[in-house]
Write a protein that binds this ligand. Structure first.
Ligand code: G3I
Ligand code: 9MR
Ligand code: ZN
Length: 545
């Protein structure tokens, strides 16, 4: 039976707004009760919200007045009980730790020893040379993180993931500093980067993990500066462990989006590594500028398309202007050359772009320009800010019309909808930073609560967290080992049936926010991906900062 009371299964920080959804026919009285049965709050869920995305009318209650740390649950007057939850100022530390650990466990090209990876230990995978598509040239491209439930490694999502993880560290350095990696991981820090007192506030272990991806990305840049789109096999393998995928690796052709995103992510990374490792930062800077120079003469209209015999993820994107926009802003911030500023201002004069996802990356550009710390055009600054606030205002309206607080409209439940939920939260957070208006921060936090349990499916979408979370994600090691790796965000409901499992299991007329199948086969609703986890982590870090 469907759950009647929906809330964040992980819990709330004491000062957070706390809303709860009741799937009842009428307003519902409820009590917040401690685990030993003491009632600490009594209220009525009286706000009636017709929620189109879930095909339901629900009632919403508010227990923000409960702020004392503790373990609680909710009892409705009609007798229904909620999942238990915790109120505590440290509640999200473990969530952050788990979701960040995912990146270590996705590492490609190195042994994951048992003392660190436990059940998910495996031997080095994908260590063979890759063939440059259509040639006999071979290149060494080991390293990086597997993209998702498959073992491909793709530059476009990699760049976005790096940018979001760095943003998470920047927005909430003290949360990020608590990440110490998996058991034993500090031992693998380079000796000159040993954690000292001074470094206590710096997310060393996070930066070490992100560097693992950056080192791989550097290998995908061609001598002329252009960047290969991806390193994968020709097709997806079956549900096997990564080192068992022994098919030939192929480097798909270069693309504009890969080259631009690469330039941007490298430029962004420079400022995080400059003090800790100037040589590495220098390599990043050089690679970034070289990619940007190459980009000036690159034109591949229509975006990247898989060669006929390559059947792995495409990450095709017909519009590459927002990627150029992000690169120009990020290089201006990192290096200060007037040409980068001119490029950005020329593109921004035509359109202000937004987006923190693999396909739309404009928001990274806006952030970089606004925080460049260098001369910028003040009237353009004002236009970017008001465009960001207008976007957040649209999202605020959508969230208010949804009984679960999500800022998605019914038509927006696409493949990876949980990424969009996360990124909507970040747009709302951006508006909070610009205006100081608490309503944006509260709405941003609602996006987090939706992901962690206050949703129409009634599951915590992050594996291994909460009382009732995703158990059968489309993720090869999890399927092979029969146990969901912890800390992974499921892609989330998808309004269209885009895989055989979803077609077979989800009725055609099911409402979009419920169109999810916690089944291994459902890659369009229940896969995982590095850029979904990074979106989640950036949202988590920002709203709890
Ligand atoms: O862009 C259109 C939009 O205009 C339209 O309104 C909307 C309506 O459905 O669809 C949008 O296109 C969607 C596109 O993503 C952009 O969001 C497509 O329907 C949807 O099929 C497509 O899904 C992508 C999927 O690959 C299939 O290509 C996901 O975003 C993307 O995250 C996913 O990525 C895969 C990799 O290919 C392989 N590795 C796993 C990874 C995660 O599943
Ligand atoms: O595992 C693959 C997943 O990462 C992709 O998102 C998905 C869509 O491209 O494809 C999955 O692989 C399936 C393939 O497309 C068809 N044969 C079965 C594969 C595993 O379910
Ligand atoms: Zn691998």
């Amino acid at each position: 039976m469907d759950k009647i009371i929906l809330l964040d299964q992980c819990g709330y920080l004491p000062q957070m707004e706390k809303k709860v959804t009741f799937r009842t026919e009428a307003p519902m009285g409820f009590r917040v009760v401690t685990s030993d049965g003491r009632c600490v709050f009594q209220g009525t869920a009286s706000e009636r919200i017709e929620t189109a995305s879930a095909g339901e009318t629900v009632y919403v209650g508010d227990f923000s007045a409960v702020t004392a740390p503790g373990r609680y649950y909710i009892i409705a007057d009609a007798g229904y009980e909620s999942d238990p939850f915790t109120i505590d100022s440290h509640i999200y530390e473990e969530v952050f730790q788990k979701a960040f650990s995912f990146f270590y466990l996705q590492r490609c090209g190195c042994d994951l020893p048992q003392r660190r990876a436990r059940r998910y230990a495996h031997k080095a995978c994908h260590t063979g040379l890759a063939t440059v598509y259509g040639t006999r040239e071979k290149r060494e491209v080991t390293g990086g993180w597997h993209d998702a439930g498959d073992y491909g490694r793709y530059i476009v999502p990699a760049a976005v993931t790096v940018a979001q993880l760095l943003s998470a560290c920047e927005d909430n350095p003290s949360l990020a500093a608590l990440y110490r990696g998996l058991p034993g991981s500090l031992r693998s820090l380079p000796s000159d980067a040993a954690v000292s007192e001074d470094d206590a506030a710096l997310p060393m272990a996070c930066l070490e993990e992100i560097r693992y991806e950056l080192e791989w990305m550097l290998k995908l840049q061609r001598e002329d500066g252009q960047v290969y789109h991806k390193a994968t096999c020709y097709s997806f393998c079956s549900f096997i462990m990564p080192e068992e995928e022994q098919d030939e690796l192929v480097l798909s052709p270069v693309s504009v989006t890969a080259t631009a995103d690469f330039a941007a992510a490298m430029a962004m990374a420079v400022r995080f590594y400059r003090d800790k490792d100037p040589d590495f930062a220098g390599r990043l800077a050089q690679a970034s500028r070289k990619a940007y120079d190459a980009l000036r003469t690159m034109e591949l209209p229509g975006g990247f398309k898989n060669p006929p015999d390559v059947r792995t993820g495409e990450y095709g994107d017909a519009c590459d202007t927002d990627e150029r926009y992000w690169a120009a802003a990020e290089l201006y911030k990192a290096f200060g050359d007037a040409c980068y500023r001119e490029d950005f201002e020329r593109l921004a004069a035509q359109k202000i772009y937004h987006g923190y996802g693999w396909e739309d990356v404009g928001s990274f550009g806006n952030r970089a320009y606004l925080t460049a710390g260098r001369p910028i055009d003040l009237s353009l600054k004002a236009r970017i800010e008001s465009s960001m606030i207008a976007l957040a205002d649209e999202r605020l309206l959508a969230a208010a019309a949804d009984g679960y607080g999500t800022a998605l409209l019914p038509g927006e439940y696409v493949w990876g909808s949980n990424m969009t939920v996360s990124n909507n939260g970040i747009h709302l957070y951006d508006a909070w930073r610009l205006t100081g208006d608490r309503k944006y921060l509260d709405a941003a936090a609602q996006q987090l609560h939706y992901l962690l349990g206050r949703n129409p499916v009634g599951l915590c979408y992050l594996t291994g967290c909460g009382t009732d979370s995703i158990r059968r994600p489309h993720h090869r090691p999890s399927v092979f080992l029969g146990k969901a790796m912890p800390g992974m965000l499921s892609g989330g409901p998808c309004g269209r049936r885009l895989d055989p499992a979803a077609k077979g299991l989800i009725p055609e007329d099911f409402p979009p926010a419920k169109a999810h199948a916690d089944m291994y086969g459902s890659y369009s609703t229940n896969e995982v991906a590095i850029y979904w986890n990074s979106a989640f982590l950036q949202l988590l870090a920002s709203v709890t900062a």
